[in-house]
Design a binder for this molecule. Sequence first.
Ligand code: ADQ
Length: 517
Amino acid sequence: MKRLVVISNRVARADPRTTEDAGASGGLAVAVREALSETAGLWFGWSGQLSETPALHGPEMQPGGYRIATVDLTPADHRGYYNGYANEALWPVLHSAPHLMHHDADRYTAYRSVNRQFVDRLLPLLHPDDMIWIHDYHLLPAAEDLRRRGLRNPIGFFLHTPFPAADAFAALPEHRALVEGLAHADLIGFQTASDLRAFQDYIRWEAGGSVSMDGRMEAFGRHFRASVFPISIDPAAFALTAERHADSDYCLKLARGTGRGALMLGVDRLGYTKGLPHRMLAYERLLELQPDLRRRMAFVQIASQSRSKLPEYVAIRRELEEISGRINGRFSEPDWTPLRYINRGIPRETLAGVLRMARMAVVTPLHDGMNLVAKEYVAAQNPEDPGVLMLSRFAGAAQELDAALIVNPLDHDETARRMHQGLTMSLEERRERWEAMMAVLSANDVSRWWRSFVRALADAANPTAQPPTGRLLRRDHPRLATEGSAVVKREGFMRETGAATSGRVHNGLLMRASGDA
Ligand code: ADQ
């Protein structure tokens, strides 16, 4: 296999522990490490250090048999590129919240400049046969910068966040330049069929380009392909870690604090897209509606700090402190605390054990590219006595894990009802739902994710090859449509609504129709 060169904003060392932004690099880090090890690859990105005279560090060999090379950023570039354009302009727009965008032209200039600096530092480290894989919204123009410097190697790009409706993306003054930059890649990967469809709409209606049924696209005078590659985890390895760490000190302390009641758990990077205030408000509603549940359960929310200096993140932190304080003030008893809000991340192994001990995980983002915590929760369960996953319909993971309790996080009453349903669910139903989700995870693991992307990239860079088929694997179900039919009916874990739901088959993927949750 050819050497893989991964470019991402942050680069994680071989054994990352939770740090201020572990959540930000966490999912990506775990997912790309296996690919890098197997291809004796190179991982390039920001060192995490600020310096007035940015230095290149490495390439330096890692225990997994791959190398890392990093560059520093100047404080001004870090402000403009990372805090400014990437996190205050791109992030809200990509999560369909353009009204939260803070934009100014200087930040965009810094963003473009850092992309060029990355490319300039990387080019001397490249070999003629390398495959280049660029990750995420920090580096949308990097493919164009590489091509302008004459690089002809295969270039792939994967977007970890959602891609919004074309209109929302067009709120960015530089939307055309950004997509034109992306079009210099051979292959663009998205998390879900909805993201791909939104991007196809952009190419057709905003860029005036064309989209073929087989995934080929033409726009800005470039030919490229786009497809769906849902990111995943290694479920077997995560299950083993969870089993081994199920009685860590942290778990024992958590269990003591919960009494003999059921633990309902939320684990997130603290941010306004994760739906944390709505989740707490739904919990408050649950305690109002179901007084019998009080003292028989407790909700623990672990939210690690990220981007903690940005105003929106300061605001959400304050809001959560206020809501959690009110809930505890209203419902606490001398020997029972209904909500514990822990504002720190925890090491990955500890997290695995904690996920295993939770009777229910509440993963209810307002928008999320995938959400790996949902997949980690499923993998961590004891097969004999699995817990219940509650999942927002707006998380990419909901398009695969439809045996979860799917909710609209903005509907607090419905979410509260589903919390009650999850906390009182029979063992038989818990097992049935868990087995269905585990089957999806086992078939569609992280190894399949990166291998199918790399294979599709090799094909996309070779004009005589077949088009890629980024396929979303779903659990086998006799009522699921076969690919190719126009409209399908399906039943399954939607039975709590008593309704069969319909979806469309598009590009080989079953898509949710409205009301399908
Ligand atoms: P994030 O928004 O950072 O990433 P998420 O998928 O929720 O992503 O979590 C990534 C990793 O961070 C997971 O392995 C998780 O266990 C860890 N993590 C999260 N909160 C933590 C906490 N409080 N303490 C310790 N660890 C924590 C982006 C996109 C997601 C997408 C990922 C991967 O926003 O939608 O799923 O990339 O593509």
